[in-house]
Design a protein around this ligand. Structure first.
Ligand SMILES: Cc1cc2nc3c(=O)[nH]c(=O)nc-3n(C[C@H](O)[C@H](O)[C@H](O)COP(=O)(O)OP(=O)(O)OC[C@H]3O[C@@H](n4cnc5c(N)ncnc54)[C@H](O)[C@@H]3O)c2cc1C
Length: 445
């Protein structure tokens, strides 16, 4: 009798993981707590339930990173993509689905598979032996979250995210911005120039505060508590507390000299910090926000130096259980302190249905290889799946780790291509061509 792979959580990641392992000949048990134990967002007892929107986002596999992730999962025989394609609804370039038919389709296929069984019930402890994948998602039950916390330490498991907007480096106007850490702090030149600074004069600052106060905001979903703490208040809430609050907080203008205008003292300064090892992504420090996406783009583009900014992701604050993967997981997605346990899905710090399913697909393939005594070749970070897993298991800054969507900023640049907006179409096509060739080669190996 072959060994069994146990998967906790039959959501996006767990369902895809189960399918991949079973198709490779490994018996699988999915441990799913619904319907016995519910969450505030799930409505059914079905597997792979879409808790909010019914969209898998763009299906453009030539110009869009999430579309490329669809393509990679289709090539790998992904069940979620097969069901999404079967239950697709008209949505322009996006892949929207009939949510009930989709999750029912996934549930029926998995329950009908001779190697898959589903055990109903909440898992409350970390397993001590056997092969396991934890894919319990953003709403991991409280008991299991406590068990994970006890293993990883309180600082390594978050219950809310606080996402600051992330900007592509090549869209920042460096004739206005400059590299400098406050008071040139740091031993090395790299540390002394670790931040990008965007200066504002008084009028620009006042207009910025007005725009923040007037912007449309999103509410927390029903059932989410507004449990954010003073350390990560949304910027608009800071602005509501007083017009000068931001100038004494994330926008303080001290310890920095603008080399473009050394004699002019800035009234406020917005700082960006490197978000990945490649240096292609920069987050706006302290700018977590509940502003609506449209409002965010308009408000942030009023910052000098960011007028033409392209955003890899916009800011947000959500109820979201996730671990500090860069410190806790190895490159096989195993918990370093207990290598019989892998993590997959949103709890690893990726965000979205598609990204979560992709991490389920990969975790299962890695587990299967290990259980069969094989080692898979390293997954190139030139693929969408590889770029994501590389980011969460090491490419991201561990200290400021926050959930990430797939985007081209996670990919190593293709040499010899024009940067900026004008070269974007050719650049993205080059990324996706390279990814497809590398993904096909990895699957074949
Ligand atoms: C309110 C809300 C709205 C969202 N809206 C969107 C959106 O519009 N688009 C989008 O792409 N993403 C959205 N997300 C994120 C979305 O949840 C994830 O992208 C995706 O569902 C994550 O997949 P997953 O498999 O990691 O987790 P899930 O799909 O949540 O699956 C986890 C599963 O684990 C089960 N489980 C939890 N704890 C235990 C336990 N101890 N024992 C056994 N089973 C357990 C849960 O019941 C669940 O079925 C939203 C999240 C929330 C909370």
């Amino acid at each position: 009798m072959s060994e069994t792979l146990h998967i906790i959580g039959g959501g996006m990641a767990g369902s895809e993981a189960a399918w991949q392992a079973a198709q490779a000949g490994i018996p699988v048990v999915i441990h799913e707590m619904r319907p016995q134990v519910g969450t505030f967002a799930h409505q059914t007892g079905d597997l792979a339930e879409m808790v909010c929107s019914n969209s898998f986002r763009s299906d453009d596999h030539e110009q869009n990173a999430v579309g490329l992730l669809h393509w990679e999962m289709r090539q790998a025989g992904g069940l979620l993509m097969e069901m999404a394609d079967r239950h697709q609804l008209p949505a322009g370039g996006a892949l929207a689905v009939d949510r009930d038919a989709f999750s029912l389709g996934v549930t029926e296929r998995l329950r009908a598979h001779p190697l898959v069984s589903v055990e109903a019930g909440e898992i409350t402890e970390l397993p001590t032996d056997g092969h396991w994948i934890i894919a319990t998602g953003p709403l991991t039950s409280g008991n299991l979250a406590q068990a994970i916390r006890a293993e990883t330490g309180a600082e390594s498991l978050a219950f809310f995210d606080a996402i600051a907007p992330i900007v592509y480096f090549d869209s920042i106007d460096m004739s206005k911005a400059w590299f400098q850490s406050r008071y040139d702090k740091g031993e090395t030149e790299a540390e002394q120039k670790a931040y990008l600074n965007c200066p504002m004069d008084r009028d620009q600052y006042e207009a910025f505060i007005d725009a923040l106060l007037a912007a449309d905001k999103t509410e927390f979903h029903e059932g989410e508590t507004a449990g954010y703490f003073d350390g990560c208040l949304p910027i608009e809430v800071m602005a509501e507390r007083g017009r000068e609050t931001l100038r004494h907080g994330p926008m303080k203008p001290v310890g920095l000299t603008n080399p473009h205008q050394p004699d002019v003292k800035a009234h406020a300064i917005v700082q960006l910090r490197r978000d990945n090892a490649l240096g292609t992504l920069w987050n706006i420090v302290g700018f977590q926000t509940k502003m609506k996406y449209g409002a965010q783009t308009a408000v942030f583009k009023s910052i000098p130096g960011l007028e033409n900014a392209s955003f890899a992701r916009l800011g947000g604050i959500h109820r979201n259980t996730f671990i500090n993967s860069p410190t806790l997981l190895d490159d096989q997605m195993r918990l370093k302190s207990r290598p019989n346990i892998r993590f997959a899905g949103q709890i690893t710090g990726v965000e979205g249905y598609v990204e979560s399913a992709a991490m389920g697909l990969l975790a299962a393939r890695l587990a299967v290889a290990e259980m069969q005594g094989r080692t898979l070749p390293a997954l190139p970070n030139t693929t969408a799946t590889g770029a994501l897993v590389t980011h969460i298991t090491g490419g991201a800054e561990a200290k400021t780790f926050q959930p990430m969507n797939v985007n081209f900023g996670l990919f190593p640049p293709v040499e010899g291509l024009k940067g900026g907006r004008r070269g974007r179409k050719d650049r993205y096509k080059a990324y996706t061509d390279r990814a497809k060739a590398d993904w096909a080669a990895w699957l074949a190996a």
